[in-house]
Design a protein around this ligand. Sequence first.
Ligand code: FMN
Length: 159
Amino acid sequence: MEQIKPEVSSAQKRIIHGVYVISTVHDGRVNAMTAAWVARASFSPPLITVSVGKTRYSHGMIKASGVFAVNVLGPDNVETGKRYGLKSGARTDKFAGVEYDTKTTGSPILREAVAWMDCKVVSHHDAGDHTLFIGEVVDAGVLREGTATLIYDRDAFFK
Ligand SMILES: Cc1cc2nc3c(=O)[nH]c(=O)nc-3n(C[C@H](O)[C@H](O)[C@H](O)COP(=O)(O)O)c2cc1C
């Protein structure tokens, strides 16, 4: 693996991210993963970029199904972020016992989310050990008006 200067990682860590749960559905199976590397990409059409590690179980599912939903977490959703972000759907059903809604694409919409965006993949781009999935937002909603988005803080999840 390429040796990366510590300063490069340190500087990159100064980029501010929110925390989101990216859900998807393929062949009747649902899964989701926590993601911080999510960004708006276009006003019209409304596009979102999600950077998904190639080793994630979600990666194959999103590539195969061409759909995902972005669930925006709030400051009270750290445990939700851990539920979907610290284990893989390859080995566990992260939705066991979880009630969720679906909209246009069938990707799970979390009831505790602050907001959600249901997306169809319009393109994907190789980005080193990740793939950038660009999704068009085909439906969206705000579930908790007035609640802020959870800002990513490494210590909240990995300490
Ligand atoms: C706060 C947080 C942010 C994360 N951000 C990303 C991300 O932007 N991209 C990514 O590929 N993985 C990210 N992860 C790691 C995945 O959520 C994790 O590997 C997950 O277990 C993948 O699930 P899956 O194998 O079921 O798809 C993040 C994890 C946490 C806890």
